[in-house]
Ligand binder design. Structure first.
Ligand SMILES: NC(=O)c1ccc[n+]([C@@H]2O[C@H](COP(=O)([O-])OP(=O)(O)OC[C@H]3O[C@@H](n4cnc5c(N)ncnc54)[C@H](OP(=O)(O)O)[C@@H]3O)[C@@H](O)[C@H]2O)c1
Length: 230
């Protein structure tokens, strides 16, 4: 049995991670921001003794510190940094402003490192020591043929860079680290035209996480296990 921590777990891809890990009888810690938008997760926690839910808003330093206090010295085997935002949908050339850009950078790229730093002792106590960060193929510079989407693209490119450094820095501690592209998934963020459902995306990523080793640490994986160019 592993202990798995998933951020942004009240809906979409995060909630599906919770469901699939609960089915395996793992111990699961799920984070959410607001009770009102987290009814399904809260209901699940009332019926599953192996699910613990904790509040976390990664846009707030105070919330991140409170979250870590509540977590205590719990060992974390697998950490999945899933929480993310898209930001303004029309962030194309001529329409980008700092006010809308910086909060997205904070949530998608800055908070994942701050949270990892705060959780490092929990991760050191874990057995499998796997750190995953849900990114997007839209953050691949190599794959960018469409241009535009400055805010979201740049936030995920920055996340990829951050995670690459984490993978290098923590290799000596036997931590396996990767960024995962979930595919274009039918969620609130992905919209109804997404190519795959959350079950397909998450079952693929769970397998990629299973297969992740120190030898493959530091890579950018698609949900089906293929490597995506940076
Ligand atoms: N869907 C896709 O096609 C797709 C493609 C590529 C990458 N991704 C990535 O996959 C991840 C999950 O996306 P999704 O499709 O499941 O999106 P979603 O349905 O919009 O869910 C986003 C999740 O992140 C949480 N979140 C947002 N801001 C937060 C904050 N400040 N603190 C803590 N949690 C926060 C949300 O919580 P609230 O309910 O409280 O807002 C929600 O649980 C994201 O990192 C996204 O960039 C998605």
């Amino acid at each position: 049995m592993s202990t798995i921590l998933v951020t942004g777990a009240n809906r979409g891809i995060g909630l599906e991670f919770i469901k699939q890990y609960l089915e395996r009888d793992d111990k699961v810690i799920a984070t959410y921001r607001e009770k009102e938008s987290s009814k399904e997760l809260i209901n699940l926690s009332q019926n599953k003794s192996n699910l613990k839910i904790l509040k976390l808003d990664v846009a707030s330093d105070e919330s991140m510190k409170d979250f870590c206090k509540h977590l205590g010295d719990e060992p974390i085997d697998i950490f999945i940094n899933n929480a993310g935002v898209y930001g303004p949908r029309d962030s194309n050339f001529g329409k980008v402003d700092e006010e809308n850009w910086l909060p997205v950078l904070r949530i998608n790229a800055v908070a994942p490192l701050l949270l990892t730093q705060l959780l490092i002792e929990n991760l050191r106590r874990g057995k499998s020591k796997k750190l995953l960060y849900v990114t997007s193929k839209m953050g691949s510079i190599d794959d960018n043929k469409g241009g535009g989407s400055y805010v979201y693209r740049s936030s995920k490119t920055a996340l990829n860079s951050v995670v690459k450094s984490i993978s290098v820095d923590l290799l000596s501690e036997a931590m396996a680290v990767a960024v995962l592209h979930p595919g274009w998934v039918r969620t609130d963020m992905g919209g109804p035209n997404g190519l795959i459902d959350t079950e397909t995306s998450v079952s693929g990523m769970v397998q990629v996480i299973e297969d992740l080793t120190l030898e493959t640490s530091g890579a950018f994986f698609n949900y089906d296990g293929n490597v995506i160019p940076w």
